[in-house]
Design a binder for this molecule. Structure first.
Ligand code: SF4
Ligand code: SF4
Length: 272
């Protein structure tokens, strides 16, 4: 890994490399450069996850010509695909060094909706929110019960913006969640369910189910469940599986060659 990054930096394939550096035995996100190649000795694969692709988006905004290399798990690749489609990053300027998902908290909990069952193996869902099961269980509850459940979850929110700030595919320059006309400044909890529904709508066709928002939420709100439901609807209507391709745009359905014929959503009377 170190040799590859060193070669990329030396031969100009990349200008910087985003990875993890061990500091006091703790892996922290770090930007490796040609000027300090000796730091590559401390380059590690971290079991903790940070949205390196979000750092790349910020870097590119400040310096569009920079060529960036980065460690990439499966969820990083999905986020990159979304960022390419939304023109936030240029695939020509990104070089990934792919690493296995494991170890990661999601894999330990078998809680990744993109992992095939064979990959998941015998990992048990012993802790954390079993989001996949909950999504399936949603239809067992009536609309009123589900609304009650979400209002209970939402009223725990302390509007810390951790979910938005950690999200690799939250990239708007002006955020609706800080717009005075939509979200009252200083109101705690933020007006519910508006705050959370605004974010959920923005995540439609964008959320790649990395789970970082839920890990960051200090109030343990099952945010992934909400965004999974939203993306389940996107998949049904637009045949679009977020993040799985850098070429399948969610907007293709509006292209000249494609007739806009959204598929009907399977409404069961209890569907949200
Ligand atoms: S799971 Fe959360 S942090 Fe990850 S892409 Fe979706 S909304 Fe963003
Ligand atoms: S991280 Fe949790 S508590 Fe903070 S704004 Fe998001 S939902 Fe609310």
């Amino acid at each position: 890994m170190q040799d590859t990054v060193k070669a990329w930096l030396e031969n100009g394939t990349i200008d910087v490399f985003l990875g993890y550096k061990k500091v006091d035995n703790h892996p922290l996100p770090h930007c490796f450069t040609k000027a300090r190649l000796e730091e590559l000795e401390d380059l590690v694969v971290s079991p903790d996850r940070y949205p390196l692709e979000k750092i790349a988006t910020h870097m590119t905004t400040a310096k569009p010509e920079v060529k960036i290399g980065m460690l990439a798990r499966d969820c990083t690749q999905r986020a990159l695909n979304v960022l390419y489609i939304w023109n936030q990053l240029d695939p020509e300027k990104i070089q990934t060094l792919n690493v296995n998902c494991c170890p990661s908290p999601l894999k330990e909990k078998a809680d990744c909706s993109y992992l095939r069952p064979a990959t998941v193996g015998d990992y048990k869902k012993e802790k954390g929110v079993n989001n996949a099961a909950l999504l399936e269980q949603l239809s067992e509850y009536g609309q009123e019960e589900r609304l009650g459940r979400w209002m209970y979850e939402f009223q725990k929110c302390i509007k810390c913006y951790g979910c938005r700030n950690i999200c690799p595919v939250c990239f708007c320059k002006e955020c609706s969640l800080e717009h005075e006309d939509l979200i009252k400044t200083g109101a705690l909890p933020p007006e519910i369910p508006v705050f959370h529904l605004i974010r959920a709508v923005h995540m439609a066709g964008r959320c790649i189910d990395c789970g970082l928002c839920e890990e960051a939420c200090p109030m343990d709100i099952p945010l992934r469940l909400l965004y999974r439901k939203v993306n389940d609807i996107v998949a049904q209507v637009f045949d679009y599986k977020t993040g799985t391709s850098a070429s399948q745009s969610p907007f293709n359905i509006l292209g000249d060659s494609v007739t806009l014929e959204p598929k009907p959503i399977q409404l069961t009377g209890t569907d949200s």
